[in-house]
Design a protein around this ligand. Structure first.
Ligand code: ZN
Length: 296
């Protein structure tokens, strides 16, 4: 099985990571769990076209229809494909459901013209020889098609604590409040010691912090580490082990102290990234995130 919009890898028998293409139609990672007759999909990608492929893949791999979908948090690269799961329960926290609703464009025509402007800018950049823009353009074209087909589909099974699915394996869907966003859910498979973290974990990549709470995020990732996972399926980046989480508490505690420096007038671009992140990709997200957190 070789999906077009994501990389599929089997973490343990019956649990798959669907690693997204950050610049394509999927954007944020998802996961598939075969809980023995109960097929669970965690996060639904950015667009319907990627979500359709995710659902088909999940049902082909497990031989069962999807039983439950999960939204780890409100960001559209984890909830955009919800309409493909409109016939099954979609689990999120109450706050996540409210944010998905708030974030939905009230005016589809406005949304489409915003995307058209981005397409125009990207096409100009491609003509000027920008190869990164060429990849972005491909993703944006998928997003434009998605905007034409969009059907707002809200999570409809609200879980503000821990929801347990018992099948051939135990699946715990749990929130401990805010971190990457105002409300984040993770999935824990206690027997296999697998965490599906949503965007609480970005593996080897500077995380997007604009909607985050660095101090709470540090505590949250520390709590995930305390579960002593063998495997971590992150919200972005490749699946890994506990090492994917290990440096995050320190990173977010450092970020928390840097926000006041930016508020005091230091240019975020002049601030070096925390030492633990020296090998990570996406440094611009660190500087943009600092500015955004300082402004909030
Ligand atoms: Zn996110």
């Amino acid at each position: 099985m070789n999906p077009e919009h994501f990389n599929l890898s089997e973490v343990v028998p019956g649990v798959w990571a669907a690693e997204a293409d950050l610049m394509g139609a999927s954007v944020g990672n998802a996961a598939i769990i075969d809980a023995g007759g109960k097929t669970i999909v965690v996060d639904t990608f950015m667009t319907d076209v990627a979500a359709i492929e995710l659902r088909r893949t999940a049902e082909a791999l497990t031989g069962n229809r999807v039983y439950l979908a999960v939204n780890s948090h409100w960001h559209d690269d984890h909830t955009g494909g919800n309409q493909v799961f409109g016939d099954v329960p979609i689990v999120s926290t109450t706050t996540t459901m409210e944010r998905v609703l708030e974030n939905a464009s009230g005016d589809i025509a406005d949304w489409q013209s915003e995307i058209d402007e981005s397409l125009l800018r990207l096409e100009e950049a491609v003509e000027a020889g920008d190869t990164t823009a060429a990849r972005r353009l491909d993703g944006m074209r998928h997003y434009r098609d998605f905007a034409d087909n969009f059907k707002l589909t809200l999570p409809n099974l609200l879980n503000d604590g821990r929801l347990v699915v018992e099948g051939e394996r135990r699946v715990e869907i749990e929130t401990r409040g805010k971190g990457h966003t105002v409300s984040d859910t993770f999935v824990w498979l206690p027997a296999e010691r697998i965490i599906i973290s949503g965007d609480l974990c970005w593996n080897g990549i500077h995380p997007r912090m604009h909607d985050g709470f660095p101090a709470a995020w540090a505590d949250y990732t520390e709590a995930l580490l305390a579960l002593d996972p063998l495997h971590v399926i992150p919200g972005h980046g490749v699946p890994g082990d506990a090492g994917a989480l290990r440096d995050l508490p320190d990173y977010f505690r450092t970020v928390e102290t840097l926000i006041s420096e930016v508020r005091a007038g230091t240019d975020p671009a002049s601030i070096p990234a925390p030492e633990v992140s020296k090998d990570w990709d996406g440094l611009a997200r660190f500087h943009d995130g600092l500015q955004s957190l300082a402004d909030s």
